[in-house]
Design a protein around this ligand. Structure first.
Ligand code: UT7
Length: 332
């Protein structure tokens, strides 16, 4: 049997309409555009501010667009993986809600929680399923309503995050394209530095946890920054080296969008000019599991069949990874 590989055959995305810019933020907390732009690189972020709507709403919009763009019958989808840290509910899964809303009822679905590395981990899973020959159509979606766990009185975290969702269709090919290599890691060092302190089974919600503001993102930014730079840079360099990717034959690097200075450090390590780095952090902020697919969605038209891409992410846990993806199509 010919060797199967997994290719992305389409991208759909969605960001909410409401734009929270740095000017508005600087009226909410003691911050300013100059600090946020120079230290992080974010100008604005999208916020899903309609009551009662959660992550699955944005995932649904993104996947609906994906199915339309790729002319895919919902009943032909065999599996759906939603990478999210902000599910609608503890249970049932956000992916099960998505399946129900879009009628993908021949598929099985599950959520994958690997924080900002979630989409990469989910892609790797989907690629293995396709490579096994058992599945032919898998939807992988990264979707986050980060605003649901951001403390808008904390200036050290509230400028960083935004909401959004994007999804890809993963299918088989026998061509030399697709998900060619990956290195994924989880080191278990991250809990003290990046977490939501309560709301899970260790500290279920109580008056105490609410009074002590324990249901928000807690981050020790400087420590996370150092781990992110080191691990994203090293894994990206290893993926590049072992696949013979250099600044000449690499089309783009697509890093998780958490901080422009982290992104520049990764580019530096790979000796890549910033023109070869896909960056949209200024418009959306850090959308965690949605950030890599949202960038694929934003830059889809720029990508050409056969382009060599390196994807790299870092998130809570700590989770991190780098992957080599050979892009499979020219956008219509
Ligand atoms: O996606 C998951 C992984 N997450 C990440 O990769 C995020 C990694 N961390 C970071 O990106 C950065 O550490 C942050 C953007 C979170 C913070 O940037 P920083 O350069 O590390 O700032 P800092 O926390 O060291 O703070 C520097 C100064 C402090 O003032 P002093 O102590 O030097 O007087 C802060 O109080 O900046 C101050 N500061 C602010 N000033 C204006 C912190 N937040 C703000 C703010 N506006 N919003």
């Amino acid at each position: 049997m010919e060797k199967l590989n997994a290719i992305i055959t389409g991208v759909g995305g969605f960001v909410p309409e409401y734009v929270l810019n740095n000017e508005e933020l600087s009226r909410m907390v003691d911050t300013n555009d100059e600090w946020i732009m120079s230290r992080v690189g974010i100008k604005e972020r999208r916020i899903l501010n309609e009551e009662g709507l959660g992550t699955s709403y944005m995932a649904r919009k993104a996947v609906k667009q994906l199915l339309a763009k790729t002319d895919t019958d919902p009943l032909s989808v065999e599996a759906v993986i939603v990478a999210t840290t902000t599910p609608d509910y503890h249970f049932p899964s956000t992916s099960s809600i998505l399946i129900g809303k879009l009628g993908m009822t021949n598929a099985f679905a599950f959520d994958l929680q690997a924080a900002c590395s979630g989409f990469m981990f989910a892609m790797d899973q989907a690629a293995s399923m396709i490579q096994s020959g058992r599945y032919k159509k898998i939807v992988v979606c990264g979707a986050e309503k980060m605003s649901s766990m951001v403390d808008y009185t904390d200036r050290s975290t509230c400028p960083l995050f935004g909401d959004g969702a994007a999804a890809v269709l993963v299918e088989p090919t026998t061509d030399d394209l697709g998900w060619k290599d990956s290195i994924l890691r989880t080191d278990g060092k991250g809990l003290p530095f990046l977490c939501m302190k309560a709301g899970g089974s260790a500290f279920p919600p109580s008056y105490y946890t609410v009074d002590h503001r324990m249901h928000y993102v807690h981050q020790e930014g400087r420590t996370v920054f150092k781990y992110a730079v080191t691990n994203m840079s090293e894994l990206s360099a290893t993926i590049a080296e072992r696949n013979g990717l250099t600044k000449d034959n690499l089309a783009y690097v697509l890093p998780h969008q958490a901080n422009i200075r982290i992104i520049e450090a990764v580019a530096n390590r790979l000796e890549l000019p910033m023109e070869k780095v896909l960056v949209n952090i200024q418009r959306y902020g850090n959308t965690s599991g949605a950030s890599i697919p949202l960038a694929l969605w934003d830059f889809e038209r720029q990508l050409k069949k056969g382009d060599n891409l390196i994807l790299t992410a870092f998130g809570a846990g700590f989770t991190y990874g780098a992957a080599y993806l050979k892009w499979a199509y020219d956008a219509k």
